[in-house]
Design a protein around this ligand. Structure first.
Ligand SMILES: Cc1cc2nc3c(=O)[nH]c(=O)nc-3n(C[C@H](O)[C@H](O)[C@H](O)COP(=O)(O)OP(=O)(O)OC[C@H]3O[C@@H](n4cnc5c(N)ncnc54)[C@H](O)[C@@H]3O)c2cc1C
Length: 447
């Protein structure tokens, strides 16, 4: 097929957001009589799933302290559930297991889940929490836990398989997905006007509307669009913070313990929910008993046949290299700089053993292969979903957005003139206006 010279709707990035937007836009164009999937072109510089979506752990949860995040996640879970088979989605549920310093935050999450009809069980108190966990895993032994939030919906999906499922659905609607094409710039009458064409390494493509879903490459496309490199933020107390960098990078720490995934069955032989434990109990080495940390730590894990073992991660590391100098390519497991190291394996495997006795002594089976990857984060670590330059929609999920499959559906609706209340709290203007999301006590930047 010839290289296209124009497209009504051009989407940059074939990850979860680009593909979800493409599929749902095709449907929305058809249902509103405005066109069809044949009007939608997706470009990716490498391949489907070449970015963060293709290496994500794939956890899908509602557990966010921020009300707007929770409502968005509830919507996204409904999209995962709408075609679980094609999306390779496993609705095993999710558990947030927490120490006393997070009790109040998690209680408010549980309360608001009730209000929005998101099914969960909230267990409070050290003994009740231990009993609940032992009812599920008889080897549960984590210290200092005083609450358990058990979300019944949610779970995880298999990263690349879900993307191919989405791509099939988009292509069945007539969408064209072109890989091996890098977007290098934009054309417009001036630096703030609407985009008229996209420049690529294979030629220019005229277009009426652009969607940017570039994941960890958000910063480079943002700069091609000549959007502000720094922002002014009005803090919760009214203080003005000038010159805050728009993009910072964090390195996500994940790995796989190469044991039989069946090792992590529940007492009744079923597949367990995704487990997320945050703790302020001292963490000791499962190898030699030495102290690893007395600071707050957090891990998550699940049995996963796709990864071939118990797969999960720990809190991410902020990359201290100035954002302009961070090399995003080669990405993910190909990166020479940003894959996890032995320190992660030691901490994560010791934390697994801290939580469940069955993991004690298993560190020797940790898969010593490159894993993890970096993400571009916004100033508050929450997404920006907004229209810029009149006809350019940017989906920047701040790198915890594999679960946010429903955003593409809402963006498609906005493109077809149905504004979304769920997306409103994520506009870029929130920084200047001081309409910030509340901050929790979690050790993770995104909770
Ligand atoms: C190790 C790791 C684990 C994670 N685990 C989870 C998790 O369990 N749950 C969760 O919700 N989130 C998770 N995340 C975050 C999640 O993966 C990302 O937020 C999400 O996948 C981003 O999707 P995207 O479609 O915006 O970007 P991506 O999936 O990164 O896709 C962007 C695409 O754009 C293409 N591209 C970039 N620049 C250009 C250009 N100039 N021209 C053409 N194409 C371009 C890239 O090739 C890429 O394929 C994880 C992230 C990492 C790194």
């Amino acid at each position: 097929m010839a290289f296209p010279s124009n497209a009504s709707y051009l989407i940059i990035g074939a990850g979860i957001h680009g593909l979800s937007t493409a599929f749902h836009l095709a449907q929305a164009l058809k249902s509103t009589g405005r066109g069809s999937g044949e009007d939608v072109l997706v470009l990716d510089k490498t391949s489907i799933g070449a970015g963060a979506s293709g290496i994500a752990c794939g956890v899908v949860r509602n557990n966010y302290f921020q009300p707007a995040m929770r409502e968005l996640m509830a919507h996204s879970v409904s999209v995962w559930e709408s075609d679980a088979e094609k999306y390779h989605y496993h609705a095993v549920g999710y558990m947030q297991i927490s120490p006393e310093c997070m009790h109040e935050d998690v209680a408010s999450i549980a309360e608001q889940q009730k209000q929005i009809g998101y099914e969960s069980v909230f267990i409070e108190g050290a003994k009740a929490s231990r009993d609940y966990m032992r009812g599920m895993f008889d080897d549960w032994q984590a210290e200092g836990i005083t609450s358990v939030l058990h979300e019944k919906p949610g779970g995880y999906a298999n990263n690349t398989s879900s993307l191919y499922g989405l791509a099939d659905k988009a292509e069945a609607e007539g969408v064209r997905i072109l890989t091996g094409v890098t977007v290098t710039g934009f054309e417009s009458a001036n630096s703030s006007a609407a985009i008229t064409a996209v420049q690529t390494d294979r030629g220019r493509i005229e277009c009426d509307f652009v969607v940017v879903a570039a994941g960890p490459w958000a910063k480079s496309v943002w700069e091609m669009l000549e959007l502000p490199r720094t922002v002014t933020i009005k803090g919760r107390d009214g203080t003005i913070h000038d010159d805050v960098p728009m993009w910072v990078f964090w390195s996500l720490q994940e790995g796989t313990l190469g044991v039989d995934p069946d090792l992590q069955k529940t007492n009744d032989g079923g597949f367990p929910p995704v487990i997320h434990v945050d703790s302020d109990a001292p963490l000791f080495s499962d190898v030699d008993g030495s102290l690893i940390t007395e600071q707050m730590w957090g891990i998550y894990y699940k049995p996963d046949f796709h990864f071939g073992g118990i797969q999960g991660g720990a809190a991410p590391d902020k990359i201290t290299t100035p954002p302009d100098e961070v090399m995003v390519d080669p990405y993910g497991t190909e990166s020479p700089d940003y894959v996890v190291d032995e320190e992660f394996a030691h901490m994560w495997c010791s934390a697994l053993a801290h939580c469940q006795k069955r993991f004690s002594g298993q560190i020797v089976k940790y898969k010593n292969e490159p894993s993890g990857g970096i993400g571009a984060f916004t100033p508050d670590s929450f997404p920006v979903f907004d229209l810029f330059r009149e006809n350019c929609y940017v989906i920047a999920d701040s790198n915890h957005g594999y679960k946010m499959i429903g955003v593409g559906k809402l963006v498609a609706g906005e493109i077809c003139s149905s504004p979304s209340e769920l997306l409103k709290p994520f506009r870029f203007s929130r920084y200047a206006e001081g309409k910030l999301h509340p901050v929790s006590h979690s050790p993770f930047p995104w909770s």
